[in-house]
Design a protein around this ligand. Structure first.
Ligand code: ADP
Ligand code: XUL
Length: 560
């Protein structure tokens, strides 16, 4: 065994605490998947009464939260499932654990909770012991859009959106943790005062595992509008613009490859983990997906199709922008991750599937096959939630482009209509979603066309959608063995963190798979070969027209 290899009989456990579920992937030392598990919040923890894992507050515009205790209970449940006999999994062999959290979501620990964490009784479920541990019982999640006022206040305090983007990697966004904290600080000062520590979903779950407050990692920390993204420390200006006394409530930042601590006695005694098993810093789901997809070439783009849709890639430079986000790369201290995020994603696709395609993906796909590329000039904008990119409120807008042949935009005019027939509606949704991604990715300086796209997330199981991505972007589309790259990436990062810990310094993650990637579960496979360039060119014209209409919609209806 070389000093850069993993011990032969060891296992690595990665979680993904996402919007709708908690997932787990276990990798062996050859980086092959041994087992996977899932706890679906709505159906397996129905007593919390969530829909899609969240509560949408009918009384406050844009407020979307999840019960913090549900995530706690899910952790006990998934470990119970993993240790069940049919999984044939010996948790004692797990030498490192890590995880992904939905980004931006925050947890507010009440004063005295670190004591509760340190003295958890392995004979009792976590939820019974942590019931009183939170000063705020409902965690704001990434879908929340209730903090527009706080965003503008923070931006104006630091000198504008571009300045904030230069410092933190993003202008102020409603779902980002800083604006969420400011809302608590200005609106419910007593609760803010009673808060001892603020965690992200990622550092929160790591805290449960180590039985103490875990640091926020530098990658997920960049999703808060609070961190200096170049220096990787809290930004004084951003902290001051957000709330007083905040730095001590946030604790220290740590690199993603660092160890958060050893697994706590609670998990050793209750589930049979080995006491030396290390917990590697958790990070955001998108950064960990970047790791799981082994994205390392700046010309490659990843598209994740989950509860949110994201488009991300790698860059060496931090270019501030009023659109999109820059995070530190979780597995390479020398580069950045750039990303675009869409809120109208799988749940919007489900809404149109249910309304137009008999609630069936098969019928949905049949409609995609029946209709032609460019949809006879039918363009649709569908927002079942307030959108992030562009910032448009709930609503749908349908247009027919008269005189559009796909060869030029001369003489082409849009005409607004009330409805499309069901097959056209389905195609308009999918074409619209991916034309928007191509347009905003180009505008953000992402590679165009990309060398290749790697697709992941629940909807990447749909080959018709993958074919349309290939046609619209004009490139090959790859996928990995399983659509959950966030928990796979977390398991890989557990192995990487374990190795860095053993060597006492950072080692490149590629050491783990160099020269043998195709023999591991990380291997990406070609799913759709790039087709006719002319089709991608015509989609380029349709995209241009779509962006003109989008601009008019934003001018008329922008923000919520
Ligand atoms: P997250 O991790 O963000 O909670 P996932 O990546 O697990 O979400 O994706 C879940 C979504 O995948 C579901 O909401 C569902 O709409 C979508 N999905 C699953 N199978 C298909 C399919 N065959 N076609 C399109 N979408 C699908
Ligand atoms: C990223 C974002 C979403 C969540 C989903 O900025 O808001 O992709 O991470 O879990």
């Amino acid at each position: 065994m070389s000093d850069l290899s993993l011990p032969p009989d060891s296992l690595f456990l990665g979680f993904d605490s996402s919007t709708q579920s908690l997932k787990a992937t276990v990798l062996d030392s050859s980086l092959n998947i041994v087992t996977t598990e899932l706890v679906h919040f709505d159906t397996e923890l129905p007593h919390y009464k969530t829909k899609d894992g969240v509560y949408r507050d009918p009384t406050v515009n844009g407020r979307i939260v999840s019960p913090t205790l549900m995530w706690v209970e899910a952790l006990d449940l998934i470990l119970h499932k993993l240790s069940a006999a049919e999984n044939n999994l010996d948790l004692e062999k797990v030498i490192a654990v890590s995880g992904s959290g939905q980004q931006h979501g925050s947890v507010y620990w009440a004063k005295g909770s670190s004591e509760i964490l340190r003295s958890l009784d392995p004979n009792r479920p976590l939820k019974d012991q942590l019931r009183g541990a939170f000063s705020v019982e409902e965690s704001p999640v990434w879908m929340d859009s209730s903090t527009t006022a706080e965003c503008r206040e923070i931006e104006s305090a630091v000198g504008g959106g571009m300045v904030l983007s230069e410092i933190t990697g993003s202008r102020a966004y409603e779902r980002y943790t800083g604006p969420q904290i400011r809302k608590l600080f200005t609106g419910e000062a007593g609760l803010y005062e009673r808060t001892e520590r603020i965690s992200l979903v990622s550092s929160f779950m790591a805290s449960l595992l180590i039985g103490d407050y875990a640091s926020i990692d530098e990658t997920d920390g960049a999703g808060m509008n609070l961190m200096d993204v170049k220096r990787r420390c809290w930004s004084k200006e951003a902290l001051e613009a957000t709330a007083t006394g905040l730095e001590e409530k946030l604790g220290k930042l740590a690199p993603a490859y660092a160890t958060a601590g050893s697994i706590s006695q609670y998990f050793v005694k209750r589930y049979g983990f080995e006491k030396n098993c290390v917990v590697v810093q958790w990070s955001g789901d998108n950064p960990n997906s970047l790791a799981g997809l082994t994205l390392s070439t700046p010309g490659d783009l990843a598209i994740s199709l989950g509860t949110s849709d994201t488009v991300f890639g790698i860059t060496k430079e931090h270019q501030p922008s009023l659109e999109g986000h820059v995070f530190p790369n979780p597995v390479d201290p020398e580069s950045y991750m750039v990303m675009l995020v869409y809120k109208n994603a799988s749940l919007t696709r489900e809404e149109i599937r249910d309304r137009c395609a008999e609630g069936s993906w098969d019928v949905f796909n049949k409609y995609l096959e029946q209709t032609q590329p460019l949809n006879d000039g039918k363009l649709g904008f569908y927002y079942t939630e307030n959108e992030i990119l562009p910032p448009l409120p709930v609503g749908s807008h349908r247009y027919i482009l008269d005189n559009f042949s796909g060869e030029s935009l001369e003489g082409v005019k849009e005409r607004e209509v009330k409805e499309f027939d069901p097959p056209s509606e389905v195609r308009a949704l999918i074409e619209g979603q991916f034309l928007s991604k191509r347009a905003h990715a180009e505008r953000f300086g992402m590679p165009s066309p990309p060398i290749r796209i790697i697709a992941t997330g629940g909807a990447s199981a749909n080959e018709n959608i993958l074919s349309m991505i290939s046609a619209i972007f004009g490139c090959d589309v790859y996928t990995v063995q399983r659509p959950d790259s966030a928990s796979l990436g977390a398991a890989l990062r557990a192995a990487h963190g374990w190795l860095c810990n053993k060597k006492g310094t950072f080692v490149p993650i590629s050491c783990l798979y160099e020269g043998k990637l195709e023999k591991t579960s990380l291997n990406c496979k070609l799913k759709v070969k790039a087709g006719d360039d002319n089709v991608a060119c015509s989609y380029g014209l349709l995209m241009k027209k779509r962006m003109e209409i989008e601009k008019k919609l934003v001018e008329k209806l922008g923000h919520f």
